[in-house]
Write a protein that binds this ligand. Sequence first.
Ligand code: CA
Length: 468
Amino acid sequence: MRASWRSTLMAVMLGAVFAEGVASAEPGAQRWTENLSTGTGTSELVGTRDGLLYEPNAVMRRPEGQSRLTGLFEFPPRTLEQPVDTFRPRVQAAVSLGQGVEVDVRVRNPGGAWSEWRTATQDEAARLPRAGTEVQVRLALIADERGRGPVVQEVGLEGWREGTGTEETLQTLAPLTYRVYATREGLVGGTTANGHVIKSNDRFVALPSRRGLASNGGSEYQVRVCYSKTGKCATTSVWDVGPWNTKDDYWNPSSVREMWKTLPQGKPEAQAAYQDNFNGGLDQFGRRPSNPAGIDLADGTFWLDLGMSNNDWVDVTYLWTSGGGSSTGLVIDSNNANNDPSKGYIQLTGTSWASSTNVAGYYGTSYLVSPGAAVSEPATFWFYLSAAGTKTVDAWWTAASDRSTAAPFIVTNASGTQLANVKVNQTLNGARWNTLGTWSFPAGWNKVQLSRWVTAGTYVVADAIQVR
Ligand SMILES: [Ca+2]
């Protein structure tokens, strides 16, 4: 009964929307159409015979009360024949008053990291930070105040290159760090903007712009948060949008910042509204912020990793802003509480592996350490691939002078064939991703094992691996 009513309503709305004009095509542009059945999104996005419908009945409502809810739907990355830095979406959708459809696009940098997302609405061109051939498209479907969203029938894009090759070279810059006010997100059981269902003592952060929002389970946009009162730091991914605003990429310079370009770089709009009565003291949605927050921390990050007990000022490093930092991938952490066991997990052999936080710069909540001995007894990072593919594997560790200079990472595919034994120097290059290599993997459960068979008196560290 309800479905047929809905179909009738959509048919009426479609008639109104399709009369809209279409901008003239860009000469020489590459054009493609995304397949609406291949993307991934939150459960509130449902395929109907009329198209992709956003129906945010069960979506998380922020405590401060978000007036308009947004559902995200991510298409798989695609490789174009020529590099592009500018794109224009052509969306066919039924969009009623108060609803919206926006299109985000990002491009993979030569170093393997993704650019920030850039957003365009219907027939409006948007410029990416740099040109590239591997691009990814994400839909943002915005519901009206009654929680009714648009229906998308088709998503076409055209991309071309406007830059002349003189794009900013960000690789050499250190990532940006700003001191901002942090609030605890809570909301266990709710769903974040990227579709992650919040667990108890979860680990992620929210920033008030989709430009740095990672995919569900992804680590392509990470922050390092340090709390001076405890001396603790944590590195974790951006999986939600907020607090207060949704278009406030305050870490970017004015020339790039999406809104409120007159504010100093690094100052969130909510902070300016709260402290300085900026924008009449109101946020993007006309609300008066009750705190100056520029970041929300999931409970585990807030309580366990940083040792915070109240909302407070923290130092945040926006790791992707160096341009060469993390890249999209599946991360398997040393702590299975941080892993999705359907995608990957860690398994320990023997009794020597001990959890530690002694050396700063670990990934997630801790790392595992084992003393060298004439026995393998590995820490095994299992990762699941639903399809065969060529993947690059990175490893994260904390470096110290008592570490092995030849820690053996053994890569074995799902058929049991050993692909490589990569020896790394763990006295160096801590607190970052270090590439072990790139291999062709079959579908199924592949693994990367760190053996403890190294010189006695030295230690090996299993902290996290990334498959991308
Ligand atoms: Ca770890």
